[in-house]
Design a binder for this molecule. Structure first.
Ligand code: NBP
Length: 479
């Protein structure tokens, strides 16, 4: 046995990860794929990398030093289960099976139980950064036992992206914690992308800027607090001219956004946990709405505002939109981190939120300078209840909120849909409200369902006899 690490599944992600591993000092990489042709072409196309090729799982297991460590990069779902099943038959207690695919965290919890019952370690590792990241350095979010991380950690550190001198990998927590955090990462990515798209829509359709001009605006924004991979690539997308028509590429791309499901998982999970991730949810719904051509066609002549708001001062408007984007982004991240905290609570994971922000600074799609501020916030206040209440962010939002309100009002009066901008502002106002109309909802619930309510001035649970003489009684237990 000569290899210290193995990769199973050699489609684009697996082969890039295997090449990344092989390029690092000290690694010898065993590779295996169900269909031999894929292994063959990896080896033929990359003679620079020294792989130990295996034709069967038995050969693969025999080529790995103990404790064997193998990263699975196959299609999430049944493919992953099939490979785990094969590996557990040829691996031995103490060996480590890592699933680097995009698994749903509840599947990871189930798999970890089954694999660890056989004495093996199972690590669900979220890997972000797409093909390019897998090859040159992804952000890695491993779960699993701390013991397995002792072996795995150094290997993952050797291939991860580096941000400010630190590798973008940390042990997230046991069993499904890594895939959970990766899922929320993707949810935040949805919100961030939608917010940038809404900023574009306002600049294009209300301020009348061309895609090329908006690209310049975004490039400028990328020099300040909004500096991020997503702003940078959006500028590139907007600058691109279609070779066939000579039009801006963005004008010939069909405006129906696809998705692979991790945004939906995030929202479903957050609903179950009772965490209002409204920015992420609006981003998922915005993609869903975009992908309903029949409904959109039927509604396309519905009236908009009779006198749409106009942009009087372009430069001032652009600056307002920048500030609104920043404030909304703070809310989206605040909500995402709330979801991680709630997940940790529910599933018993000890997740260091500051470290999560840290490992997202490089390699992944949401990499941004701004994440440093999140790390700082959690370092200063590890028990921070909400990111937006950290002094740095409170001050930032306080500075942007007038612009934010103007932009949301402008969007409403000019008929430009800004679900993520608007819902983030509504969330902010809801969060900071001294009194919420939830009291009315409690009254309604008590009226029609005797669901009871609590009082602001006394302990206990109460019910008003709505269909009787409307006196209040103390309820013994809730209905
Ligand atoms: P795919 O998701 O396209 O899966 C193809 C691989 O799965 C091939 O190696 C294939 O083997 C193998 N496979 C399948 Br399908 N069913 C199998 C089975 N029953 N037994 C054994 N092997 C099986 O590959 P990918 O796009 O490289 O993604 C790999 C993982 O990484 C996925 O979980 C994905 O969600 C995740 N991910 C992808 C990205 C990205 O940007 N693409 C980013 C982050 C994470 P074969 O060659 O024999 O058919």
């Amino acid at each position: 046995a000569t290899a210290n690490i193995g990769v199973v599944g050699l489609a684009v992600m697996g082969s890039n990860l295997a090449r990344n591993l092989a390029s690092r000092e000290g690694n010898t990489v065993a590779v295996y794929n169900r269909t031999w042709a894929r292994t063959e072409s990896l080896i033929e196309e990359h003679p620079e990398a020294e792989f130990v090729q295996a034709k069967s799982v038995e050969e693969f297991a025999a080529s790995l030093q103990k404790p064997r460590t193998a990263i699975i990069m196959v299609q999430a779902g049944r493919g992953t289960d099939a490979v785990i099943d094969q590996l557990t038959q040829v691996f031995e207690p103490g060996d480590i099976i890592v699933d680097g695919g995009n698994a749903l965290f509840t599947d990871t919890i189930r798999r970890e139980q089954a694999v660890s019952a056989k004495g093996l370690h199972f690590v669900g590792a979220g890997i972000s950064g797409g093909e390019e990241g897998a090859l040159n350095g992804p952000s890695i979010m491993p779960g699993g036992s701390p013991e397995s991380y002792e072996t795995l950690g150094p290997i993952l550190k050797s291939i991860a992206a580096v941000a400010e001198g630190e590798p973008c990998v940390t042990h997230i927590g046991t069993d499904g914690a890594g895939h959970f955090v990766k899922m929320i990462h993707n949810g935040i990515e949805y919100a961030d992308m939608q917010l940038i798209a809404e900023a574009y829509d306002l600049l294009r359709n209300s301020a009348g800027l061309t895609p090329a001009e908006i690209a310049d605006v975004f490039t400028e924004w990328n020099r300040g607090e909004l500096e991020s991979y997503l702003i940078e690539i959006t500028a590139e997308v907007l600058r691109q001219v279609d070779a066939r028509t000579g039009k801006p590429l963005v004008d010939v791309i069909l405006d129906q956004a696809g998705s692979k499901g991790t945004g939906v998982w995030t929202v479903q999970t957050a609903l179950n946990l009772g965490v209002p991730v409204s920015g992420i949810a609006e981003a998922v719904f915005a993609r869903a709405l975009s992908s309903k051509p029949a409904q959109r066609a039927a509604a396309s002549e519905l009236p908009g505002p009779s006198t749409p708001a106009r942009v009087e001062d372009r430069d001032a408007f652009v600056e307002d939109v920048r500030r609104a984007l920043y404030a909304s982004k703070i809310i989206a991240y605040s909500q995402g981190f709330d979801a991680i905290a709630a997940g940790a609570d529910e599933y018993g994971w000890n997740i260091d939120l500051g470290s999560v922000a840290k490992i997202w600074r490089g390699g992944c799609i949401i990499r941004a300078v701004f994440l440093n501020r999140i790390t700082d916030a959690y370092t200063e206040q590890p028990d921070l209840v909400s990111l937006v209440t950290a002094p740095y962010f409170t001050e930032a939002v306080a500075g942007e909120q007038d612009s934010w309100r103007r932009v949301v009002a402008h969007a409403a009066t000019s008929g430009i849909p800004t679900p993520a901008f608007s819902s983030s502002l509504a969330y902010y106002d809801g969060l900071r409200a001294k009194r919420l109309p939830a009291a009315v909802v409690q009254g309604q619930r008590d009226f029609f369902g005797a669901h009871t309510y609590k009082r602001v001035d006394a302990e206990g649970t109460y019910h008003t006899l709505w269909s009787g003489d409307r006196t209040e009684i103390e309820a013994t237990d809730s209905h």
